[in-house]
Design a protein around this ligand. Sequence first.
Ligand SMILES: Cc1cc2nc3c(=O)[nH]c(=O)nc-3n(C[C@H](O)[C@H](O)[C@H](O)COP(=O)(O)OP(=O)(O)OC[C@H]3O[C@@H](n4cnc5c(N)ncnc54)[C@H](O)[C@@H]3O)c2cc1C
Length: 407
Amino acid sequence: MRPEGQGSLTAAPASRTVVVAGAGIGGLTAAIALAEQRFHVIVLEKAPQLDQAGAGIQLSPNASSVLLRLGLEKHLADHVVTPDDISIIAARSGRPIVRIPLGASAQTRYGAPYWIIHRADLQAALLRRARENPDIDLQLDAPFEDVSLHASGVTVINREAQQQTSRRAVALVGADGVWSNVRHQHFGGVPASLSGHVAWRGTVDAFKLPRDVSQNRITLWLGAGAHLVAYPVRGGALINIVAIVAGHWDRPGWNEAGDASEIAAEFASRGWSAGARKIVEAADNWRKWALFTVEGAGLAKGPVALLGDAGHAMLPFAAQGAAMAIEDAAVLADCLVRQPDAATEAFRRYAAQRQTRVAQVRRTTWQAGAIYHLPAPVALARNLSMKLLGGRRLLSQRDWIYDWRLA
Ligand SMILES: Cc1cc2nc3c(=O)[nH]c(=O)nc-3n(C[C@H](O)[C@H](O)[C@H](O)COP(=O)(O)OP(=O)(O)OC[C@H]3O[C@@H](n4cnc5c(N)ncnc54)[C@H](O)[C@@H]3O)c2cc1C
């Protein structure tokens, strides 16, 4: 990768150059996958430096398999945790409902690991991998502004050092997140919709929590209208906590400070068990994140494609948003390398391959939310049926998601 801000942008032929807007998880994965296929990739990132924001992220085997294939094993090895299981608990009684096996069971079943990682560690690993490839040219503080189409591709306009810059390329990939300007400019301005849920995210030093929570596991408490997730990141030193509650707070962004007493009071008023409330009270660095979704934008229009949250932001209840961005990146690079001189047709095939899968996964996120948040007494029936099904059969319900591999 060329030193940031010093790219020689006209050196590579436009016919082999792809511009990616956004250096998040999706944009960096796309850049690595495209550069592996010998495209020259210019990544335009709005932020002056790559963000350390966000907390933990689960990477299911459909996503980890792509990252392994792109050569990220050594970049990720020191940062991932492989949880043994997901322990599901009834929030009010504090009683365990079921354990879904992960660890070696997931590895054997899907041929790839189920990992958890701090988001900043994942982004840093992707960046390190990108830096190994001289065909990736990352421009920070370089927001995408506009695109125009012409017979041989696109002209992309962005801002750099307070000036407008334009570059010709064979295609543009909008990986610029839920508030995507590429979607705004080129896909009819389909807006992000407020979901009515707010995610509160915090971390706690592992030694401050009881061992059954700080162990190598994902713990999920289910309550009426809310759920809570805790899992280790940073090699187990920190426990990542996400609390999802109903709400219409709607500030865009990833990193708004949240008031610890507000979220503690919210959970106290719900009558949750002392164990779950202690977890919420232990975190002191809360961040609030209004959950928005994006639907109906389409994923391709001429030689311009959308990828990840820019095209299909979804609720995080199946832990699949980043996984879908990673799958998108692999499919997009594969389609483009098969038709490098026909980006419009390549992106049409990319959209056709992705649309149904993304819609199915999106439906699963809504279903998961509805099931997680059931009120009593239906929640008792849910708990009983989860118990009767057992962890292995619950895991097998996700086979169609985790089994995905690039065709
Ligand atoms: C609480 C919560 C928990 C989650 N947990 C999981 C999980 O466990 N597993 C999972 O798979 N997913 C999870 N997700 C979803 C996941 O975080 C997102 O789907 C994923 O980060 C999307 O990646 P992206 O690259 O598409 O977008 P982003 O990560 O948003 O990256 C977009 C990038 O584009 C840049 N940008 C914006 N505008 C411009 C512009 N005009 N020009 C240039 N650059 C621009 C931004 O600065 C940013 O760097 C979770 C989400 C939430 C809210």
